[in-house]
Design a protein around this ligand. Structure first.
Ligand SMILES: *Cc1c(COP(=O)(O)O)cnc(C)c1O
Length: 231
């Protein structure tokens, strides 16, 4: 595969192609149309040069989980055709700034973030993150509080609710966790008929997520290789 000689990150093209073919296989096994699935390459802690190389390989969607780092990379790579997805925990006071570069926010989990993100200046696509653990420290709204947060999202100016996002807990079989997210998604369909998207599935569990209807995969290390230490 040629990418114009830009090859600062050995093996990246091969890993990307390998994951893309595994996604195609998993989609086929789940009787899903691969073209309806968005793969977001999570590039947190990776240098901007790696993101640029991904872009040269045809990647259009990248994900970040820390605001400072995301803003710096989006700024440096502003000339590239990239959609930036914010997937990390977000402080309310940073939320407005995330709107300036992010195309999609996956991690809305409380009313304070909705107020902070409200805007009359265009629509931002978003997911509500659901916490599938009993630990309130983990990001995400508790399932019992989800319907209220959905209603609040729908009445917030400048946000378009795409659906639900979740991370499978370590102690649960991933497919069961993703089935739970699908059921929660079905349970809010009455109040939010358009919110059908499901952001779930990472390097280790994307096939299980596809089997349960994932529309947006968030894949990091399987494509990027190991993450450098945060610095
Ligand atoms: C880091 C991260 C990912 C990607 O994880 P990998 O295991 O590297 O694929 C996906 N989603 C979120 C929210 C993340 O923080």
């Amino acid at each position: 595969m040629s990418n114009g000689g830009l090859e600062l990150h050995p093996g990246l093209a091969e890993r990307l192609a390998g994951v893309q073919s595994r996604i195609a296989d998993a989609a086929r096994a789940a009787d899903r149309d691969a073209s309806s699935i968005t793969t977001i390459v999570v590039t947190k802690f990776q240098p901007a040069t790696l993101v640029a190389e991904l872009s040269s390989l045809g990647v259009t969607d990248v994900g970040e989980n820390r605001h400072q780092e995301a803003m710096a990379k989006a700024d440096e790579l502003a000339g590239l055709a990239l959609n930036w997805h914010f997937v990390g925990q977000l402080q309310s006071k940073k939320a407005k700034q995330v709107r300036t570069y992010a195309r999609v926010i996956h991690s809305i989990d409380r009313p304070a973030l909705l107020s902070a993100l409200a805007s009359t200046d265009g629509e931002l696509d978003c997911f509500l993150q659901v916490n599938l653990t009993d630990n309130p420290e983990r990001g995400g709204v508790a399932p019992a509080e989800l319907p209220a947060l959905v209603e609040q999202t729908l009445s917030t100016a400048g946000l378009r609710l795409l659906g639900l996002m979740a991370v499978a807990p370590l102690d649960v079989e991933p497919r069961r966790a993703f089935a739970r997210v699908r059921e929660l998604s079905e349970s809010i369909r009455g109040i939010a008929p358009q919110a059908t998207a499901l952001s779930m599935g990472m390097s280790q569990d994307f096939a299980a997520a596809l089997a349960e209807g994932a529309t947006h995969l968030r894949i990091g290390t399987a494509i990027t290789g190991n993450r450098p230490l945060p610095g």
